[in-house]
Design a protein around this ligand. Sequence first.
Ligand code: RP5
Length: 167
Amino acid sequence: MAQGDSGAAAGIVGIVMGSQSDWPTMRAAADVLDALGVAHEARIVSAHRTPDRLWSYARDADARGIRVIVAGAGGAAHLPGMLASKTCLPVIGVPVQTRALGGLDSLYSIVQMPRGYPVATMAIGGAANGGLMAAQILALGDAALAGRIAAWRAALSASIPEVPEDG
Ligand code: RP5
């Protein structure tokens, strides 16, 4: 089992990223999917450095049982959009924060897709929400998962204090 994969042989959610350096950001998607009991896999698939890997990943994802892709990249972040050009599976884009431009470059690269090829774009660094969005899509056909998401949100809500404290 590769690092970042859940126990299932094939992940239902494909978490892909342009570089190893994106993993500290993207592991938040894996963490939330773990918490919700959603099978997932994590792969490095670079639009520029491994274009053949990108093409075969997108081409084979549906047949391999992937239902949603969460794709994170930084800078010239073409990975989510190129995946969306090759597969009809929903693609959720996560702009990774960059040193030079703070992630605005990543955000603009991901969000401005042409008509016909949408990428559901999260906030800069918003990998946890990417995982949650993937789970919510899957929960449309999975009442048990919908219940786990509701419980997860209720726990988050309950953890928010009503009165601020010093320090
Ligand atoms: C992008 O370039 C990756 O998604 C990453 O965010 C960025 C920098 O990659 P490294 O130079 O750290 O491998 O393709």
